[in-house]
Design a protein around this ligand. Structure first.
Ligand code: NAD
Length: 252
C-alpha cells in the first residue's frame, strides 16, 4: 500500500483486541513501520506486539494513560530509546458514554474531555520536539461523525463536543508546525463495525443502517487504510484536513 519502512509510529489506545487502534497498528506494521502499542489497558497490548513480531515486524508495548503528562512523556522517552525516532502519532485513545445533557454531570463531561481532548493534547505535545528536530512528522487524530452532525449513534453530547474540539485543535496545530515538515490531520469515522455496533439492539441497528447510504457500518480496515495514507510521505501536501469515512451518512 504505502512504504513506511524506517518510520516509527505510536498508536494510542491500541490495546483493545477488537478496537480500531489494533488494526491501525497492524496495518502500519504491514507497511514496514515499527509500531508502539500504547494503552491504559495493558492486557491486550502484548498480544498485538507478539502478533507483529511473529510476522517479522518491529513492535513495542507501553502502558500509557493519556491523561497523565508524565505517562505521555515516558512513552516518548521509551520509544526514542527503542527506535531512535518518532515519525507518526495516531491519537486513537477515546472514551464515550450514552447520556443526555439533562442527566450529564460535570464529572461525566470532565472525564470524556480528559481523555478525548486533553489526553490528545498531552500526547501531541510530547512528540512535537522530536518531530521538529527530524523536520518530519505525521499527526493523525480520530475525530468522529458525531462531532459534525451532533451524535446520532451512540456517544453523548460531551463525546460530540470533545471530538469537535479535536478538529479545531488539529487545524490550529497544522498552521503552527507547517514549516517544520509536520502534517496534522483528522479522520472522522461514522459507525464502525466494532463491539459498540454489535451491542446495539436490533431495532436501533436497523434505524442506523437505514441512515447510511451504503447500507452497512464501516470496517476497521477501511479506517486504518485511510490513516495509512495520511501517515505516508505521499500525503505530504495534506494538512489541517479532516477526512469523513462514513459510507455517505454525513456529507459536508
Ligand atoms: P475502543 O474502546 O475499542 O478503543 C479505545 C481504546 O482507548 C481502548 O483500548 C482503551 O483502553 C483506550 N483508552 C481509554 N482511555 C485511555 C487512557 N486514558 N489512556 C490510554 N488509553 C486509553 O474504541 P474504538 O471503537 O476502537 O475507537 C477508537 C477511536 O475511534 C476512539 O477515539 C473513538 O472515539 C473513535 N471512533 C470510533 C467509532 C466507532 O464506531 N467505533 C466511530 C468514530 C470514532
Amino acid at each position: 500500500m504505502f512504504d513506511l519502512k524506517e518510520r516509527v509510529a505510536i498508536i494510542t489506545g491500541s490495546g483493545s483486541k477488537k478496537g480500531i487502534g489494533r488494526t491501525i497498528a497492524l496495518t502500519l506494521a504491514e507497511q514496514g513501520a515499527a509500531v508502539v502499542i500504547a494503552d491504559i489497558n495493558f492486557d491486550g497490548v502484548q498480544d498485538t506486539v507478539n502478533e507483529i513480531k511473529e510476522a517479522g515486524g518491529k513492535a513495542l508495548g507501553i502502558e500509557l494513560n493519556v491523561t497523565s503528562k508524565d505517562s505521555c512523556d515516558a512513552m516518548v522517552k521509551k520509544t526514542l530509546e527503542e527506535f531512535g525516532r518518532i515519525d507518526i502519532l495516531i491519537n486513537n485513545a477515546g472514551i464515550s458514554q450514552k447520556v443526555t445533557v439533562q442527566d450529564m454531570t460535570l464529572e461525566d463531561i470532565t472525564r470524556v474531555f480528559n481523555v478525548n481532548m486533553f489526553g490528545l493534547f498531552l500526547c501531541t505535545q510530547a512528540v512535537l520536539e522530536t518531530m521538529k528536530d527530524q523536520k518530519y512528522g505525521r499527526i493523525i487524530s480520530l475525530s468522529s461523525v458525531s462531532a459534525k452532525r451532533g451524535g446520532g449513534v451512540f456517544g453523548g453530547p460531551h463525546y460530540s463536543a470533545s471530538k469537535a474540539a479535536v478538529l479545531g485543535f488539529s487545524k490550529n496545530l497544522a498552521r503552527e508546525v507547517a514549516l517544520d515538515g509536520i502534517t496534522v490531520n483528522c479522520v472522522a469515522p461514522g459507525l464502525v463495525n466494532t463491539e459498540i455496533w454489535k451491542s446495539l439492539p436490533e431495532e436501533d441497528a436497523k434505524s442506523v443502517i437505514d441512515s447510511i447510504p451504503m447500507g452497512r457500518p464501516g470496517e476497521v480496515k477501511e479506517i486504518a487504510a485511510t490513516i495509512a495514507f495520511l501517515a505516508s510521505k505521499e500525503a505530504s501536501y495534506i494538512t489541517g484536513e479532516e477526512i469523513d469515512i462514513n459510507g455517505g451518512s454525513h456529507m459536508d
